[in-house]
Write a protein that binds this ligand. Sequence first.
Ligand code: ZN
Ligand code: ZN
Length: 397
Amino acid sequence: MAESVCSGMSNKVAKLSFWGVRGSTPTVDRATWRYGGNTPCLELVAPDGTQFILDCGTGLRVLGKRWAEIHGTNSIEAHIFVTHYHWDHIQGIPFFSPLYAGQNRFHFYSFRSEFLGRDSLKQVFEAQMAHPYFPVDLSAMSAARQFSEVTDRDQFEINGTRITARMLNHPQGCFGFRFETSAGTIVYATDNEPGVPKLDQSLRELAADADIFINDAQYTPEQLTTTRKGWGHSSWLAGVKVAQEAGVRNLVLFHHDPDSSDKIVDGVLHDARQKFENVWAASEGMVMSLGEERVEVIMPTTRGGLRQEGHFRARVTGYTEEGRAFQEETVLRDLTLQGALIYLNHSPRLQSELQVTMESPGDEGQNHNHLRFRGYVVRLEPGPEKDQTAVGIVFTE
Ligand SMILES: [Zn+2]
Ligand SMILES: [Zn+2]
């Protein structure tokens, strides 16, 4: 169960923010909006304020934008851990705006690839920005950059946070990283396929007693034993097994398949929760605060919908945190709407604007509330009756 943490302990808290959670390639498909389409990028702020970035997928661009808003022209220093060189983990680098500001300083950590040799990550930078792949020359990246090579089982300390690296089972290699902060331990192990006993044991050691264990959950348990065997990824079930064996407190399912819609990820999370209580599906914008061995999770507000205040009577059924079923009468105070289907005698123009006013039944004694929306026509089809048009609308404001 999620244990809540009270405010007022900010100096003892490690804060983990998810800027990209999608595996393999970014998705812009509407059906993936809720969990998010950016590829891996996590931000970890240690209790002393030291900034860590885990992986440089497309989520890194969004983090860079956020930092530019917060820091302005003040200097930024961060330690950036790159697990491996597959596209989805490096794609954000050329689009990370703080790299183009001379006052900033970045320390990069990664391994020597057998395909690239010495200064592997430096070579990745040069290759990514070489002509004709990118319009801006590497010399425009004016931030100070320092590259450190990490090898399997290395342990070192950065401003009081102890870091351990372990090689995982993934084509061309991938590192898992353990961060032991004064507020608790976070283990980041994406892109890993179980099944090699020695590496499975190494992962259990890396994850031992972690407060937060982020694990690859790209495929279903069925895919992992059949069509996706040998592709270098894991399943929620394999992650649950490691979490149980390693005594992990919170498991985060990560690196969602680009073909997994939000509904599919919901199903994966549901299945995982039958076997392990404290499991979360990584979601873009999710923030986990870790302090005094407790974890507080904040989910992002829904994107893409339009929030409107209203007053609708409703019956709600669900499950409590303890797993008991409940049913209760209540009132919906606001609604988030994405769109609607309406039948009209008129035929509006495709991609034109429509104004829609709805009446919501008010509480006793209150006047009826009106909900006003502006929408765009996205679909036109013949309606159920002659001379009628079925109009699909997306609400915009
Ligand atoms: Zn990946
Ligand atoms: Zn990979």
